[in-house]
Write a protein that binds this ligand. Sequence first.
Ligand code: SAH
Length: 387
Amino acid sequence: MKERTTDCPIAYKCGGCIYSDVPYETELREKTDYVFSLFGDLCPVYRIKGMDDPYRYRDKVQAVFGTDRTRRTISGLYIRGTHHLIEVRDCLLEFKEASSILLAVRRLMKSYGLHSYDEDEMRGDIRHVLLRKGHNSGEILCTLIFGNDNFKRKKEFANALHAMCPEINTVLFQINGEKTSMVLSSGRIHTLYGKGYIEDTLSGLRFRISASSFYQINSRQTEVLYDMALLMADLKGNERVLDAYSGTGTITLLAARKARSAVGVELNEEAVRNATENMMLNNIGNARFIQADASAYCKQMAKEKEKFDVAFLDPPRSGSDERFLSSLIRLSPEKIVYISCNPETQRRDVDYLEKFGPYRTTAIQPVDMFPRTEHVETVALLEKTKD
Ligand code: SAH
């Protein structure tokens, strides 16, 4: 057996931390090498930006509730690639307070006679607990997800939970009786204690985080990632910026502060609503958000002969598509800053832009957003060639 470098008692069972056996330095080298193997022939690949402390970075925790063989209530996560629940008393990636809050929930369940929800039998009470922490603000949100609406003392339960864990700022609940592996259903989320949301700051902007809003889970590294993206864009103040796949508008708003105007395009209606709220929260007047498929929007803009000076894109793992990329070429930005959580689809898309557009990839910077796990995030800069 290899030497263990982690204190995590379940590292071998859960399967999330594939690098738990190796020093962080080795992980960083392997991740940089991986990006180099994909992009080394195209442009300079910078050394990955890692974390000083590669643990406790997850500001969002989704615990699954169930029972062990002795019918004892446990909380944890599904073993990677399975539907088998494994008990997690403390995950070293999660923010420090998460384990004591989940312990308090389990204890309170016992005193209130609550059971964990059984998905197959569709019986029981608590199904999931979703925790979020504002890394910079320190505020904590706790959402209890019940499988049905049978339990009538929810408010009392929330007050008791707050009494046990005063670090929680707000407690919410949702009923999710659907046959789904999603933590939250599309139904309403109700507030039991506090304001119903928390706030955080990221790169100097304020963001409101509700139970369902999209927000990066590793705030510390998100700032590193966004700083890099903005450094590459090198905005001077007069640019028209496009931010495609804009989520809750974080990049759009950061870019708007340094440019003439910024447009964020995002498919998800709720994310667009969050983005608009965030824009108002920060008194930003030169940004706007459009709810649309990024490809359809760009195609329409290209048809109207619209131009952008700088484009950011941050698509999901599957990458972008040719419809988007061909329209982007027609929108003719001087610079394209492409953020990706899947360097393989990023390479495919970058090849398309180089082949069919006047673009050259001039740099790629990997950022370690998810230390100890297999994931690698990258930011690539593409610049228009002058010929
Ligand atoms: N830039 C944001 C979010 C990136 S995640 C941030 O840094 O937080 C990718 C986003 O792309 C998600 O919000 C997803 O809803 C959105 N998305 C997926 N397919 C899309 C499409 N076809 N058009 C527009 N947005 C899309």
